[in-house]
Every structure is written in structure tokens, then in C-alpha cells.
Design a protein around this ligand. Structure first.
Ligand code: ZN
Ligand code: ZN
Length: 145
């Protein structure tokens, strides 16, 4: 057994090792700190990327330069990526607040309706909903006769 002075707490301790800087408690404490620091470092490396760094675009696999910390994909893929994200959140919103209804129309009618919608700058969905509202009003008027 050799006697050493712990570099951390200054306590005298004995060990069979040839060389030791820390007593057993402090060594354990240091190991914990080290692994905590290591975990924190790894974590920050994986979530934080700094502007100007190069990253690989998950969409196309191309290397690109990061222009903002939140940038996930390359400039070429950004538009499509954002659209996709918006669409996903829109879908979730729609699913939460609306029921889906499908209907049949005569062959070619759908394209005609779509063209009309485009002309008047409304969605086909809006057109159908307006149609439903009109039909509803008409039916209710009949009921009140
Ligand atoms: Zn110690
Ligand atoms: Zn890309």
C-alpha cells in the first residue's frame, strides 16, 4: 500500500496502485463529471450546427453550407421541404377539424369545375362547400313552405 494525497480534496489515501492522483470517492466523482461532459458535448454536436458549417442534405444527399441554424436541407430542396412540412401540418389540422366527403360527378365534369375554380381563384373544395350550402338553403326553404 502506498500513500497519496488526493489532488481534488487534499485527503490522504492509500492504494495498491503505483500512481494515483485522486482518492476513490474523487475518482468516481471525476468519472461521472467526465461522462456528463462527454454526453453534453455529443448532444451539442448533434443538435447545434453553426452557420457557415457544411452539412449533408437529407433530401438529396448533396453537401451544402448552413446559412441559418434552423436550416435542415440545401437551398435547392428547401422550397419542396417547406411545402411538404406545411402540407403535413395542414393535413393534421384538416384531419382534426374536418370530415372527408367524396362524391361522383359526370366524366369530364371534374376538370371543368377545376378550370372554373382556377378562373375564379377558389379551391375545388370551397366550390363544393358553397354548392352544399346553396343546396342546403334551398332544401330548408322547401321545408318551411
Ligand atoms: Zn479526494
Ligand atoms: Zn438537397
Amino acid at each position: 500500500m502506498k500513500k497519496f494525497i488526493c489532488k481534488m480534496c487534499g485527503k490522504e489515501f492509500e492504494t495498491t496502485a503505483n500512481h494515483a492522483d485522486y482518492c476513490s470517492e474523487c475518482r468516481y466523482e471525476r468519472q461521472k463529471q467526465r461522462s456528463r461532459a462527454y454526453t453534453a458535448k455529443k448532444k451539442s454536436q448533434s443538435t447545434f450546427r453553426s452557420v457557415g458549417d457544411t452539412d449533408i442534405c437529407p433530401q438529396c444527399g448533396k453537401a451544402f453550407m448552413i446559412n441559418s441554424p434552423s436550416q435542415k436541407v440545401c437551398a435547392d430542396c428547401r422550397k419542396a421541404y417547406n411545402n411538404q412540412r406545411n402540407r403535413n401540418s395542414n393535413n393534421a389540422y384538416t384531419e382534426r377539424n374536418y370530415d372527408k366527403l367524396s362524391a361522383f360527378v359526370k366524366k369530364g365534369e371534374r376538370d371543368k369545375l377545376k378550370a372554373i375554380c382556377q378562373q375564379h381563384n377558389i379551391s375545388l373544395n370551397e366550390l363544393i362547400n358553397r354548392g352544399i350550402a346553396l343546396a342546403f338553403a334551398e332544401l330548408q326553404e322547401k321545408d318551411s313552405d
